[in-house]
Design a binder for this molecule. Structure first.
Ligand SMILES: Cc1cc2nc3c(=O)[nH]c(=O)nc-3n(C[C@H](O)[C@H](O)[C@H](O)COP(=O)(O)O)c2cc1C
Length: 244
């Protein structure tokens, strides 16, 4: 049977995380204890951690928000700096920092839309008005878009695919930090990420790749979840080498 989509409120979780400024000023380890993370206990019934930790609640409720529902206000400069600080705190083999972040906000989002629409027309010929509007508004639906860019480097020992994965982790940390600050997010790549001309419009160098464009904004706290994979079917103990 297809799992039923459910509406969930994450406002409570955000409130819990933000509830005590005193806790926020604690050292990281003490802060985690204060929030209850270290008290989370597996339950016999479910096998997953009891909901004593707002951070576990927060992770288990994560969802993207449709881009059209992301509105002003966007995160301010201090919040953006916090999000990027969380984003760069990721595993990074060789400490290469093989990523960077581009902020698209204000009028720049509209100009990008015009350039993407022109590129789309160059590729596909004249577009119907609805399709043209779709291209024109690619970057101006949410008040802020953050491009997570992989700037993988040549290295004698560390393969570039590891650097790409590190970039994916940076994107996820950025998303979670934005969500923890109360903002909705949605990361997409879309056709222009797969084309050198599209990447150039968006400010990437020829040897850089798109990890994702994270659309960020405020939303009403309600979001329609989608069916999730059953985790129980996705893990198990090691049973020896692959037999084919
Ligand atoms: C690398 C990557 C690229 C994605 N690109 C697109 C995209 O171009 N268009 C799209 O509709 N969703 C895209 N998605 C999916 C959305 O980010 C999102 O995961 C999806 O809407 C489901 O929402 P959820 O995050 O709540 O699972 C992409 C996801 C990933 C991980």
């Amino acid at each position: 049977m297809k799992p039923k989509a459910v509406a969930i409120s994450r406002q409570k979780t955000h409130r819990l995380i933000r509830q005590d400024d005193k806790i926020a000023a604690f050292e990281p380890a003490r802060r985690l204890t204060a929030y209850g993370v270290l008290q989370a206990k597996p339950t016999r019934q479910t096998g997953i951690c009891a909901m004593t930790s707002p951070i576990i609640d927060f992770l288990l409720a994560r969802t993207s928000v449709p881009i059209q529902d992301l509105k002003e206000p966007a995160p301010n400069d201090t919040e953006i700096a916090t999000m990027i600080t969380a984003a760069v705190r990721v595993p990074d083999h060789g400490r290469l920092a093989p990523w960077r972040f581009i902020l698209y906000r204000g009028e720049a989002r509209v100009e990008i839309g015009q350039k993407l629409a022109a590129l789309a027309e160059e590729r596909n010929g004249p577009m119907p008005e609805g399709r043209r509007n779709q291209e024109l508004t690619r970057f101006s639906r949410a008040p802020l878009v953050i491009g997570v860019v992989s700037s993988a480097k040549d290295h004698p020992k560390i393969p570039q695919w590891e650097m790409l994965l590190s970039g994916g982790m940076a994107a996820m940390n950025l998303i979670l930090a934005a969500n923890a600050l109360g903002y909705g997010t949605n990361m997409i790549t879309n056709w222009y990420s797969d084309m050198p001309e599209g990447r150039a419009i968006l400010g990437l160098a020829p040897d850089e790749r798109v990890i994702g464009f994270i659309h960020v904004g405020s939303y009403d706290g309600q979001v329609q979840d989608r069916p999730r994979p059953d985790p129980a079917t996705l893990y198990g103990d090691y049973t020896g080498p692959w037999q084919g």
